[in-house]
Design a binder for this molecule. Structure first.
Ligand code: NAP
Ligand code: G3H
Length: 483
């Protein structure tokens, strides 16, 4: 599959409904994390081109907002069909560009088509409401409020590298269905996949100017986009430090942030360890832990800790490690810098007397799955998000201690609790500070119509299909005053 990479294609930006070279004349090289070479170039779009794209988006949005929901939906359904029809080509781009296993890359594309279709259905079934004045001045007979949902205008969608198709479409589809235009800024490493996805939308016949794809480094055009007066809402997924920066840069416009996590798996002394082990393994190591929702620490009751660690060790040693082309679970990380960072967390923990159970082996940016036991609160790996295949185990004496350590984290995306006692599960779930708590299952975003949110440094606002449609629209109230 590696030999099929288009040799050094220069991809065009999609501006105002046309595929174009940037006036900058500059292009950015995209390196494959596992082929370890340049696989293509994308355009470095200029601020002037951003201005033009936003201006055209405002013009196109007016007409788009006037279309019926079913007409808007017809473009999106055609887009979903195009994605499915081109799933192999798009999945290959994802695999080459971000090193995700081929089967998982195909799943990402198909999941995206499903998400788009559900978004259309959901939008078609969202209705306004009317209210009476009730006991307030004016009285029940005097005032009727009609509440409708209106688009916001132009939505800026910024996506991360790890789901370059799905986490972009999960912003673009609801933005469009809600009647907005979109400026899409993909992660630089993820741009080629984003371009392939937008090619499918272009083929579906989307009106010109309604969506523009502005490739370019976040550090160069990011602030310009975020601060632009023509942007009416920002939907961002990425790291917490970038999210924090964005929230300072943007002013007086709605902002939804889906950020990093340090999701704990809390394993009680009555847990079904078969369920816990398979969920933790899958949750922690798939795509080398490069998921915001990866299980990033285990808080295990000391009564079952030895057995859990022994079983995790056995499972870690069986993990497939290598190439995304062979669908290995553990694959090279997105770049060498990320691998250096993960290695530094492992080194710090070992220097502070953590027990190495498995791993701590590295080849370039391929970090072998690493299991660390007896991790203490003094070690960085207890708190910092690695975005890599390292799993720290912290032994606790009680549920209360597990909850306290879980909540000491700056993050609050998701948490898992493993117990066979449903009352105990709910008691722990109630105390853990997280957007979602999974009982006897791995931490994960889907199903895609569930609300998806992080608390504390893990985010602001809520995603998930219904909530994205809500956050990308506003209410308009028209009051009928009766005689
Ligand atoms: P990142 O470095 O924060 O980048 C995310 C996006 O922000 C990219 O498109 C990036 O563009 C852009 N960006 C960077 N600086 C910007 C600026 N000043 N203004 C506007 N945009 C800017 O994150 P990542 O490395 O791609 O993804 C990994 C992180 O995302 C992890 O922390 C992970 O937990 C988190 N994540 C969270 C979720 C969630 O739903 N909670 C989902 C996936 C990932 P460039 O690529 O051009 O720099
Ligand atoms: O990386 C962040 C994604 O939102 C995680 O999605 O739980 O479906 O892998 P996932």
């Amino acid at each position: 599959m590696g030999s099929n990479v288009s040799e050094l294609t220069t991809y065009l930006a999609y501006l105002n409904g046309e595929w174009q070279q940037s006036e900058s004349g500059e292009k950015i090289a995209i390196q494959s994390p596992y082929l370890r070479r340049t696989i293509g170039y994308v355009q470095a779009v200029t601020q002037n081109e951003v201005d033009q794209a936003i201006k055209n988006a405002h013009q196109a949005q007016k007409e788009w907002a006037g279309l019926s929901l079913s007409k808007r939906g017809s473009y999106l359904l055609a887009w979903a069909d195009e994605l499915v029809n081109n799933q192999e080509e798009i999945a290959l781009a994802v695999m080459h560009e971000v090193g995700k296993g081929y089967k998982d890359s195909v799943k990402e594309v198909v999941r995206t088509a499903d998400l788009i279709r559900y978004t259309v259905e959901e939008a078609l079934h969202m209705h306004g409401e009317s209210l009476r004045g009730d006991g307030f001045p004016g009285g029940p007979q005097k005032k009727i409020g009609i509440v409708e949902r209106m688009p916001l205008g132009v939505v800026l969608a910024i996506s991360p590298f790890n789901y370059p198709v799905n986490l972009a479409a999960s912003k673009i589809a609801p933005a469009l269905m809600a009647g907005n235009a979109v400026i899409f800024k993909p992660a630089t490493q993820g741009s080629i996949s984003g371009i392939k996805m937008i090619e499918a939308l272009d083929k579906a016949g989307l009106p010109k100017g309604l969506l523009s794809l502005t490739t370019g480094r976040g550090s160069v055009i990011g602030d310009y986009l975020v601060e632009h007066k023509g942007i009416d809402m920002i939907s961002f997924t990425g790291g917490s430090s970038t999210g924090r920066h964005l929230s300072k840069q943007s002013a007086m416009i709605p902002l939804v942030l889906e950020l990093g996590g340090k999701d704990p798996a809390i394993v009680c002394d009555d847990a079904d360890l078969d369920v816990a082990v398979s969920s933790i393994m899958n949750g922690a190591f798939s795509y080398s832990g490069q998921r915001c929702t990866a299980i990033k620490r285990v808080l295990v009751n000391e009564k079952v800790a030895d057995e859990l660690v022994a079983r995790l060790k056995e499972a870690v040693e069986k993990l497939s490690v290598g190439s995304p082309e062979e669908d290995s679970t553990v694959v090279p990380l997105i770049d060498d810098k990320s691998a250096d960072f993960v290695q530094s967390l492992i080194d710090d923990a070992l220097a502070k007397q953590a027990t190495l159970v498995a791993g701590n082996k590295r080849k370039d940016n391929l970090i072998y799955p690493t299991l660390l036991d007896h991790v203490t609160e003094e070690m960085d790996v207890a708190w910092i998000e690695p975005f890599g295949p390292v799993l720290p185990i912290i032994r606790v004496k009680s549920d209360e201690e597990a909850i306290a350590i879980a909540n000491k984290s700056e993050f609050g995306l998701q948490a898992s609790i493993f117990t066979q006692d449903v009352d105990r599960a709910f008691a722990v779930a109630k105390e853990v500070e997280a957007g979602t708590v999974q009982i006897n299952g791995r931490t994960e975003r889907g199903p895609d119509h569930f609300p998806f949110l992080g608390v504390k440094a893990s985010g602001m606002g809520v995603q998930g299909i219904h909530n994205s449609l809500v956050s990308m629209s506003r209410q308009r109230v028209t009051v009928l005053n009766l005689k």
